[in-house]
Ligand binder design. Structure first.
Ligand code: GLN
Length: 453
C-alpha cells in the first residue's frame, strides 16, 4: 500500500480514537497528505530511504514550520514556528510524514503529562492511569498504534519513563548526539532528543536519520555516526552486565524488580556475565537535579516575556505590567514553581550553597558511572519505581512526583545514553527494563535491546 493510504488510515484512526487518549495536541493533516504524496512519488522514482513514507509524530517542543508548537503551554498556544528543528528537518529529508504534535507536560516539566495546558494524555493500557511524562503523548500514541514512531525529549527521564509506563521502546542518546536546534529548551545541559518506537530496530532507523553534527547547535557532538542497524544482530556472548545495588533496594514495586531480574536471566542464557556494581551517589541525584534543572529553566524561560513569542496579556499598563501578567497568565503552576526554585538557587548569596554544590554532586555522580563502565559494558536496572499510577495520585504532591525520576535522572546528570525496553507486566501494566551504556555506545544498547526483543 502507498504512504498516502497509510497516512489517511492513521489520521482516520487518530480522529476516531484519540478522544480516549488525548495524545495529540495538533494534527497536521494537510501537510501530512502532501508529504505522503511526495513520498510515494520519490519511492516511484527510486529515491526511497528505509523511512520514506512512514508516519511520525513529534513531541510538541520540536519546532515545526507552519504547524503550531505549543510546548504544552498556554504561553505558546498560538505559536507557529517559522522554521523546523534540525531533527524534524532531517526526518522530513528522510521522507517521513508528520501526522501531528504530541501532548506533553508543560515545558517538559513533569512525569505524568498532567501539567499539560491541554489536559493529560492517558495510558492506553488503562485510561484511568497516566502515560508518564513528559513525553506522555508520544508514548501513548505509539502504544495505541496511532503512529508507528514518535520523537521525544529526555531531560531527566522523559523518554524512558513514559516508554516504560506505556510498554514501548524509548532511547535517550548521549548528550549532544542529536542536535537541540529548534527544540524548545528546558535545561540545556541535560536536554536530549530521541526516538520512541515499537522496536529497537525502528529506534535504530530513526536515530540514524536524526543523529550527527549540526553547525546550528554548538553543543551537538562532532562524533561519527555508526550504522546502527549493522550491529543489531551481534552476539551477546561475553557481554558484561552490571546491576547497581542501589537500584534494587526496597521501595520499588517487587513485581518490577522481579521482571528486571527475569530479563537479566535471559541475557545470561545468551552468554552474558552478570555482576553487582555500586553507584554510591545515586540518592543524591534527585536533590542535585531539582536544583540544576530549575536553575537552567529559570534562565531559559525568561525569553517568554509577552514581547517576542506567544501569549501577551490584554491591555498592559506599562512594560512591567506586560511582563508580570503575561507570565502569570501564560505559565502553569509547576512551571512557576521551577522558575522560583531556580531563581532562588541562582540568587546572590545562595549560589555557593545550592548551584555550586549541586554541580559538584553532578560530577561525583558522573564519576561513579565512568568507574563502573570501565568494568562492565552495560548497566541494567528498572526504569521506574512503580508501574503507571492513577491520574491525580501524585499531581498535588511535587515531591512524590519528583521521586518517580529516581532511576532515570542520574544518567542525564552524567550525559550518558539510556534506553527503556518492555520486559513484561506488573498486573495489567507494562514494566520497562533500563539499559545504560557508555558515551556514544547507542549501537550496543540497540544491539542488546534487539536481541532481547
Ligand atoms: N520528570 C523530570 C522533570 O520533571 C524530567 C522531565 C524531562 O525529562 N523532561 O523535570
Amino acid at each position: 500500500f502507498s504512504s498516502l493510504e497509510l497516512t489517511q488510515a492513521l489520521l482516520e484512526r487518530i480522529k476516531r480514537l484519540d478522544s480516549q487518549y488525548n495524545s495529540f495536541i495538533t494534527l497536521s493533516e494537510e501537510q501530512a497528505l502532501l508529504q505522503a504524496k511526495a513520498a510515494d512519488a520519490s519511492r516511484a522514482a527510486g529515491h526511497a530511504t528505509p523511512l520514506t513514507g512512514l508516519p511520525v509524530a513529534h513531541k510538541d517542543l520540536f519546532c515545526t514550520q507552519g504547524i503550531r508548537t505549543s510546548c504544552g503551554s498556554r504561553m505558546l498556544d498560538n505559536f507557529v514556528s517559522p522554521y523546523n528543528a534540525t531533527l524534524v528537518e532531517r526526518l522530513n529529508q528522510a521522507g517521513m510524514v508528520t501526522l501531528g504534535k504530541t501532548n506533553m507536560d508543560e515545558f517538559a516539566m513533569g512525569s505524568s503529562n498532567e501539567s499539560s495546558y491541554y489536559g493529560p494524555a492517558r495510558n492506553p493500557w488503562d485510561s484511568q492511569r497516566v502515560p508518564g511524562g513528559s513525553s506522555g503523548g508520544s508514548a501513548a500514541a505509539v502504544a495505541a498504534r496511532l503512529v508507528p514512531a514518535a520523537t521525544g525529549s529526555d531531560t531527566g527521564g522523559s523518554i524512558r519513563q513514559p516508554a516504560a509506563l506505556c510498554g514501548i521502546t524509548g532511547l535517550k542518546p548521549t548528550y549532544g548526539r542529536i542536535s537541540r536546534y529548534g527544540m524548545i529548551a528546558y535545561a540545556s545541559s541535560f536536554d536530549q532528543a530521541g526516538p520512541m518506537t515499537r522496536s529497537a530496530e525502528d529506534a535504530a532507523l530513526l536515530l540514524q536519520a536524526m543523529a550527527g553534527e549540526d553547525p546550528l547547535d554548538s553543543t551537538c557532538a562532532v562524533h561519527p555516526v555508526p550504522d546502527y542497524r549493522a550491529s543489531l544482530n551481534n552476539s551477546l556472548s561475553g557481554l558484561r552486565i552490571g546491576l547497581p545495588k542501589e537500584y534494587f533496594a526496597e521501595g520499588t514495586d517487587p513485581e518490577i524488580l522481579q521482571r528486571v531480574r527475569e530479563a537479566v536471566a535471559e541475557f545470561e542464557k545468551m552468554g552474558a556475565q552478570v555482576k553487582e556494581v555500586s553507584l554510591p551517589n545515586t540518592q543524591l541525584s534527585i536533590p542535585a537535579y531539582y536544583i540544576l534543572a530549575p536553575a537552567e529553566a529559570s534562565s531559559n524561560l525568561s525569553r517568554f516575556d509577552g514581547v517576542r513569542y506567544g501569549h501577551r496579556c490584554a491591555a498592559p499598563k506599562d512594560l512591567e505590567d506586560l511582563y508580570k501578567r503575561t507570565r502569570e497568565e501564560g505559565f502553569g503552576t509547576e512551571v512557576k514553581r521551577r522558575i522560583m526554585v531556580g531563581t532562588y538557587a541562582l540568587s546572590e548569596g545562595f549560589y555557593d550553597a545550592y548551584y555550586r554544590k549541586a554541580q559538584q554532586i553532578r560530577r561525583l555522580i558522573q564519576q561513579d558511572f565512568v568507574r563502573v563502565l570501565q568494568d562492565v559494558d552495560v548497566i541494567m536496572a528498572p526504569v521506574t519505581p512503580c508501574a503507571a499510577f492513577p491520574l491525580g495520585e501524585k499531581n498535588s504532591d511535587p515531591v512524590s512526583m519528583y521521586m518517580e525520576d529516581v532511576f532515570t535522572l542520574s544518567l542525564n546528570l552524567a550525559g550518558l545514553p539510556g534506553m527503556s525496553i518492555p520486559c513484561g507486566f506488573s498486573g495489567h501494566l507494562p514494566v520497562g527494563l533500563q539499559l545504560i551504556g557508555n558515551y556514544f555506545d547507542e549501537a550496543r544498547l540497540l544491539n542488546i535491546a534487539h536481541q532481547y526483543q
